[in-house]
Design a protein around this ligand. Structure first.
Ligand code: ATP
Length: 678
């Protein structure tokens, strides 16, 4: 799996040592990757290119990797392009001297804005030859577009795009690319537009880039001593980079350290630290207490209330933190908090400190004197001050999202801490949950209505768990989280949906085990009372391997009229003329939605069960239908809420939907209709 026997050739022999990496070289590699579906070949192209960057222009490695993963900065920096199709079409038209109407017509026919750009570019008369694009230049240009604010921001964004597009393909000898051939070839305009759209669509998963980067680095280091790395060295390097990235998911920190100290020493220089949010550990759904008992048989586990609020990862460093803690929180997200500075991050690593100044204001009062630095995993939950109890999630949603002032806060929150990942200068993720919990309890003081430890119960019997589950529901929680308590398996696994954490949601005990978080792709105009709004919607799950959204249901239930109006306003602003090329849906027929949307919104949806249907595409690539004709669909789907904390590529995956479907099938087949403990 990890050999470097290169069957692929250097795609860009003209680039000289020390020269800025030509953007054309990256696009050449992208196009080679796009032409194959073989994972190993993709990895070879990718690692060969990264090796060249390391050899010739190592200072450009960070920008190169960022452009490969379709990002400009780590998530917590909050930098997003947020550019819709209409701005891109305007820029293509204005750069190439074609009218917007013509561009729109092309988009209707071709359906891929990247290719529309290629076509427009190739018919454009070239008066002068602009300077060729470099990776640094493209990164800078895109960053400028993303960070434009204030008056006339839209216009200046278009100008920024035009500047890049005008210089795109300056290297091309003829300027003519046949868009029907080679998927548009290595055109820079095509990949620029795709980057702006947020989907490069190369079949190049971020994980593959990480592995390729490790391979490139080992090969590069070995080449300095004229040796060839062994398979075990390559595997070791891959494991190091994966672990480091999961604890410190920031290429901005990792790449310079790796280039300076070498990959084998990376763990000494890049460790979990306050200020860089980790991707949280996630749980697998279950639909019966017996399923939990089967999973943990022979091992100790613990049950905790599953609070229904918003995940909050709190990072803190005291001003008098020990000398060993050389890093402090990056100024962009650090806020004053008593005797220290703190940041709060969301489930997807976004900065929440502007939403929760009330948490920051009180934080210091929960922190014991000896607690000088920490990273806490918590749930922030709406709190009823008079009744002294948890309030439903809907209350939390009524809070403002940004620039909240402590004195204006109406919905108070209580923070329920359930894990500790870092304490006093040291990562504790590898300790057992029992040890982490002890440390947590020793390092903080609960304050009623402000800070509490998640209620837990260590009983191992079915009856005890059932009683605890009932109590959790009475306490307005969603159900239970059941976690491995001792041994190596009980360590905290960042970014993983792990079998060592199971969730039991009261509502799903007799259903499929969980709700789904789905992306809104299209809508149908309402009828009768709903004529001025959308009456139903087309939803999809995400396939991270193919990088596509696969349709999974139409939904028209669970919406109040007020919600429908609000959704109409939000969604109408994202209407596009035709489905994106990365939407996997049934083409034609009466099932087409009346309007299509940019992939922007994620909704939580409940369903009675899952079934196969020729009308939907979910899980088809997972082989759920041996004949390959049907996808999975939701029966009687019901809207629960908008998942503001999830981006479209964090929606429920096709694989998860397939897993839920198969589990339901096996239960149905072996024990009759869904077994439950209710
Ligand atoms: P959902 O929140 O809809 O269940 P998810 O994909 O966001 O889905 P899961 O892994 O399914 O996350 O469930 C874990 C979530 O439950 C955490 O993200 C956290 O916000 C919340 N939670 C509440 N109480 C706990 C707890 N005691 N331990 C861990 N997570 C908890």
């Amino acid at each position: 799996q990890t050999t470097l026997t290169s069957k692929v050739k250097d795609p860009y022999p003209d680039w000289k040592p020390g020269e800025p990496v030509p953007y054309a070289a990256l696009c050449k590699t992208f196009s080679l990757i796009e032409m194959t579906t073989k994972r190993l070949i993709i990895m070879e192209h990718c690692s060969l290119f990264l090796r060249q960057v390391l050899r010739l222009t190592p200072g450009d490695l960070l920008s190169t990797v960022l452009l490969m993963i379709n990002k400009l900065a780590p998530d917590y920096a909050g930098i997003e392009l947020g550019i819709g199709e209409s701005l891109i079409m305007k820029a293509i038209g204005e750069t190439t001297g074609r009218s917007l109407a013509v561009i729109k017509q092309d988009q209707k026919e071709i359906g891929d804005l990247g290719l529309v750009a290629v076509k427009s570019r190739s018919t454009q008369p070239t008066m002068f030859k602009p300077k060729a694009l470099t990776i640094q230049g493209v990164h800078k240009g895109l960053m400028a577009i993303a960070t434009v604010t204030g008056n006339g921001a839209q216009g200046r964004k278009v100008d920024g795009i035009k500047k890049l597009l005008a210089a795109a393909d300056a290297n091309s000898t003829t300027g003519k690319v046949d868009i029907t051939k080679d998927k548009g070839g290595p055109s820079e305009a095509k990949y620029l537009v795709r980057f702006l759209e947020g989907k490069l669509r190369l079949g190049l998963a971020e994980r593959t880039i990480l592995v390729s980067l490790a391979q490139a680095m080992v090969a590069h280091e070995a080449s300095k001593t004229n040796t060839v790395p062994s398979t075990s060295e390559i595997e070791k390097a891959e494991a190091i980079l994966k672990t480091v990235y999961s604890e410190l998911p920031s290429y901005d920190v990792i790449i310079p350290a790796m280039v300076e100290h070498g990959i084998m020493n990376l763990r000494d220089h890049c460790k979990l630290r306050p200020g860089v949010p980790l991707k949280p550990m996630l749980a697998k759904p279950t639909k019966a207490i017996t399923e939990v008992l089967d999973r943990f048989e022979g091992q100790t586990f613990t049950c905790e209330y599953k609070y229904d609020g918003e995940r909050a990862q709190i990072h803190y460093v005291a001003k008098d933190a020990e000398d060993g803690l050389s890093q402090s929180l990056p100024s962009a997200v650090a806020k004053e908090a008593g005797h220290g500075v703190a940041s709060i991050f969301s489930r997807n690593s976004e900065d929440l400190s502007r939403k929760y100044p009330d948490i920051l204001a009180k934080l210091a009062t929960w922190v014991k004197e000896d607690t000088k630095s920490f990273v806490l995993d918590c749930e922030s939950v709406a709190w009823d001050v008079t009744e002294k109890k948890v309030l439903p999630f809907q209350q939390l949603m009524t809070r403002k999202k940004k620039d909240v002032k402590v004195e204006d806060v109406k919905v108070k929150v209580c923070v329920f801490a359930f894990d500790l990942l870092y304490l006093n200068g040291e990562a504790v993720v590898e300790k057992s949950l029992r040890e982490r919990r002890d440390l947590l309890h020793k390092s903080f003081t609960p304050v009623e209505g402000e800070f509490a430890f998640a209620t837990s119960m260590d009983g191992q019997e079915l009856d005890e768990i059932q009683t605890f589950l009932d109590e959790s529901v009475k306490a307005s929680c969603e159900g239970l989280m059941v976690k491995m308590l001792d041994g190596a398996e009980s360590g905290y696994e960042p970014s993983k949906r792990s079998r060592n954490w199971l969730k039991i949601k009261k509502d799903y005990l007799s259903g499929i085990g969980d709700s789904l978080d789905l992306v809104v792709l299209g809508a149908y105009h309402g009828k009768g009372k709903r004529t001025s709004v959308y009456g139903a919607f087309l939803l999809a799950c995400y396939n991270p391997i193919a990088d596509t959204y696969e349709t999974v249901c139409n939904i028209g239930t669970g919406f109040s009229e007020a919600v429908l109006e609000e959704l109409h306003t939000e969604l109408a602003a994202t209407v596009i003329d035709r489905p994106k090329p990365f939407y996997a849906h049934s083409a034609g027929g009466q099932h087409q939605p009346d309007v299509w949307f940019e992939p922007r919104f994620v909704w939580e949806v409940k369903t009675a069960d899952l079934t196969l249907s020729p009308r939907y595409k979910a899980g088809m690539k997972e082989g759920v239908d041996p004949a390959g004709e049907k996808g999975i669909s939701l029966r009687f789907p019901r809207f629960i809420k908008v998942r503001e904390d999830k981006k479209p590529d964090e929606a429920t995956t096709s694989r998860q939907v397939a897993e839920m479907y198969r589990k339901q099938e096996s239960v149905t087949n072996s024990k009759g209709p869904a077994a439950d403990d209710d």
